[in-house]
Design a binder for this molecule. Structure first.
Ligand code: AMP
Length: 279
């Protein structure tokens, strides 16, 4: 695997491989099987897979979250070699943003609700970094996990807005055997917190299995009651929304693409998860 820190070196490599299909997997490191599933998807579809590791400061709205974001570079690069990733691109903040970026994108409700409401500026920061990566790499395909469901929708919209040729591919959430959605932030959980956090997916499953049997309000209230009853967990939001628009749904008949979304604080750590109820 080739490792590049500088844009020029990566672009020199790309210029020697202009006849190859390029797949791109952007990450913030602390890699787990969720990330590696994206590398595998790219390897299946593309000649060359490029993974980036870059903890993007402009998408964090809490300094504390940015400062404490796990950094495990040595084990990340080993995992990428084992996964047969071709290129690791790990630029510095100065390399990515030599001048401060002041740019404002408009995505409407999909970026204003749920994660957008609770993390002001987050999706704008995601759009800034993805536009920058696409400008540098110009990949044929880019792979994103459904774990960050709203992000996937925002990135698809971004591609339309900037007229990018890159095809955005979504990939299913990879979970621990306990059901807990894999996340780099899980590294910050104690053993007890990790056990508690497995309740999130259990409660989401309960909602999926009981859709239509109870009202939406009953299921959302029940989720909040059960999650908040656990000493380690505090619900930030729980919402059933249309999977295309992200607009909240109040009646089961209002859409035939329903996804349940949640964010839960586990001590200092904020986790998100979602499950498709019907599509
Ligand atoms: P991150 O490093 O958290 O920015 O994530 C990089 C990419 O990996 C994003 O497209 C995420 O949606 C995806 N990802 C993170 N966790 C998972 C997971 N458990 N399953 C599938 N994809 C994931």
């Amino acid at each position: 695997m080739q490792i590049f820190k500088y844009i020029q070196d990566l672009q020199d490599y790309l210029n020697q491989n202009t006849n190859k299909t390029i797949g791109f997997v952007p990450t913030m490191g602390a890699l787990h099987e969720g990330h590696l599933s994206l590398i595998e998807a790219s390897n299946r579809q593309c000649d060359i897979t490029i993974c980036s590791i870059f903890v993007n400061p402009v998408q964090f709205n809490r300094q504390n979250d940015f400062d404490n974001y796990p950094k495990t570079f040595t084990s990340d690069s080993k995992k990428l070699i084992t996964a047969k990733c071709d290129v690791l691109f790990c630029p510095s903040v100065n390399e990515m943003y030599p001048v401060k970026v002041e740019k404002y994108f408009e995505f409407g409700p999909m970026a204003e609700l749920m994660e957008g409401r609770h993390r002001p500026g987050h999706f704008n920061g995601v759009a800034i970094v993805i536009e920058r990566f696409f400008e540098i790499i110009d990949p044929d395909y880019a792979y994103f996990g459904e774990k960050d469901f709203q992000q996937l929708a925002v990135v698809k919209d971004l591609c339309k807005q900037i007229g990018s040729k890159t095809q955005i591919i979504g990939a299913p959430i990879i979970r621990e055997s306990s059901g807990l959605a894999m996340s780099s932030r899980n590294l910050r959980l104690s053993e007890d917190e990790k056990i508690a956090a497995a309740n999130i997916s259990e409660e989401l499953k309960y909602i999926c299995n009981n859709a239509g049997k109870y009202s939406i309000d009953e299921l959302l209230n029940n989720y909040k009651k059960n999650i908040d009853a656990n000493t380690y967990l505090v619900t930030e939001y729980i919402e059933i929304a249309d999977g295309n628009t992200m607009l909240p749904i109040r009646n089961w008949e209002d859409s035939n693409y329903l996804v349940v979304f949640t964010a839960v604080n586990v001590g200092e750590v904020r986790l998100i998860d979602n499950m498709t109820i019907i599509n």
